[in-house]
Design a protein around this ligand. Structure first.
Ligand code: NAG
Ligand code: NAG
Ligand code: NAG
Ligand code: NAG
Ligand code: NAG
Ligand code: NAG
Ligand code: NAG
Length: 390
């Protein structure tokens, strides 16, 4: 309810600050910088699913960027770890900081890492603690285990914290019971651990979360996105805070009428109850519908309501929305970073440049981890604001 009245107001409001983009490639400072090139004896696809984190809770390490990814080692990848790379210059150069090994299962940390820095203390963990969520999976892919690791020294050393969800065989087939793709966000003095869940026999896959106030004990599995048709598979949830206490969740939706794995999104005042919100397809003003492995961030630049930036799995371009996610207000801009499976986005200091991190494509033989920036601040002069309306 509130969503629609707010958007109605926002739509009228935003007409005074229309954003103008040139049609040319938006070149940021960073043009496909290589973070890591795997040796040729790595197991194909070698790298995938890159994630980055901007540290900003500790004066000493503020503005350091950390990166991680799925890392398919040689020797058939028997005990993979999540690498932690570091950049001290905004993403231009990179070096290794640490490796996060599986400390409890003997399976390796194999798929879908996610990095997060606590902005508030939770349980025994102080603000500035670095968290790493990920999927621990044995080499034969027979089980999936979503985990939480923590570093209290900015990512140099790591300790296992807790198990969140255990699932079956690590294949995305309906009828199997894996868990996938964690994403973390603090809310109301808790940590929300979002993930994809195939364990509920009513749904091929659904999106869920669990919350914890101490990172050790976790509440029940709560549905975020479910569809009545068994074969439908919402997946890969990413959540960002928006102005006015709202949150956006993007996800890919196998079952969408627009296209398989269409990028969908929901807006909610309560990031623990996206289930009550309507799912919208992301349809751009040029008619395009992005699909596959979306990611989103919000940045305050680009208009009075800031800018939502959405990446997808099938295009180099990103989609922008200056109107808090209003349907019909999505535009597409070029980037220099090619499409990757589950590219990630991160707002850089200054908030105009978004760092896009890619780990290559599914099955790719020559994948490497690269980053590029895209400047989402409109370049041509904006129309003068209509002061009378404000
Ligand atoms: C805009 O970009 C598209 C795609 O790169 C290109 O085909 C088109 O010619 C460009 N239009 C102008 C006016 O430059
Ligand atoms: C894989 O390649 C790297 C770099 O060329 C080399 O250092 C390493 O020994 C190789 N490992 C195996 C098992 O061949
Ligand atoms: C990888 O696994 C295949 C099939 O199981 C096997 O033939 C091959 O020897 C293994 N390679 C290494 C380096 O362990
Ligand atoms: C926090 O640390 C204290 C002191 O080491 C310990 O007694 C307590 O069990 C810890 N709490 C949690 C939730 O780990
Ligand atoms: C925050 O958490 C408290 C304690 O669990 C709960 O009572 C309250 O409803 C929550 N507030 C919101 C806005 O979710
Ligand atoms: C979630 O939403 C669906 C409709 O999309 C509804 O059938 C279901 O009851 C809801 N679940 C909860 C826990 O509210
Ligand atoms: C990967 O790189 C090698 C060497 O540059 C090249 O021969 C091969 O065709 C590439 N494979 C793909 C799938 O692009």
């Amino acid at each position: 309810m509130k969503f629609f009245s707010l958007l109605a107001g926002a739509a009228a409001f935003a007409t005074s600050t229309v954003a103008h983009y040139t049609n040319s490639t938006q070149t940021g400072d960073i043009d496909q910088v290589t973070v890591f090139t795997p040796p040729s004896n790595y197991t194909i696809p070698r790298t995938l699913y890159a994630r980055t984190l901007l540290l900003n809770q500790d004066c000493e390490e503020d503005n350091v960027i950390l990166a991680t990814w799925e890392n398919y080692l040689y020797n058939n990848n028997t005990n993979p770890y999540f690498p932690i790379y570091q950049s001290y210059d905004g993403g231009k150069t990179w070096s290794e900081r640490s490796r996060v090994y599986d400390q409890v299962n003997g399976w390796g940390l194999r798929y879908q890492p996610f990095l997060y820095e606590l902005s508030e203390p939770l349980g025994n963990f102080s603000a500035g603690t670095i968290l790493l969520a990920g999927n621990s999976i044995p080499q034969d892919l027979s089980e999936t285990q979503l985990e939480l690791y923590a570093s209290t020294d900015k990512g140099y050393t790591w300790k296992f914290v807790s198990h969140i969800a255990h699932g079956g065989e690590a294949l995305p087939n309906n009828g199997l019971t894996p868990v996938w793709e964690p994403f973390l966000m603090t809310y109301n003095n808790t940590l929300i651990y979002y993930y994809s869940d195939q364990r509920d026999p009513r749904y091929g896959q659904k999106l869920v979360h669990q919350v914890s106030s101490d990172l050790m004990t976790w509440g029940p599995v709560v549905d975020d996105v479910v569809y009545d048709t068994y074969d439908f598979r919402p997946g890969m949830a990413i959540v960002s805070a928006l102005p006015f206490g709202q949150y956006i969740m993007t996800y890919e939706f196998y079952g969408a009428k627009e296209v398989d794995f269409a990028v969908y999104y929901r807006i909610s005042n309560d990031p623990t109850n996206f289930n009550a919100s309507v799912g919208y397809p992301l349809v751009a003003t040029d008619g395009s519908v992005p699909y596959g492995s979306p990611y989103n961030v919000w940045t305050p630049v680009g208009g009075d309501l800031g800018t939502i930036v959405v990446s997808c799995g099938n295009l180099g371009e990103v989609y922008l929305n200056h109107n808090l996610g209003a349907p019909g207000a999505w535009t597409k801009i070029n980037t220099v970073e090619p499409a990757s499976y589950s590219r990630s986005l991160m707002v850089l200091p200054g908030q105009e440049d978004i760092l896009i991190a890619g780990g290559g494509v599914l099955g790719g033989e020559n994948n490497s981890v690269t980053v590029s920036t895209v400047d989402v601040k409109p370049k041509a002069p904006a129309f003068a604001k209509c002061k009378a309306k404000k």
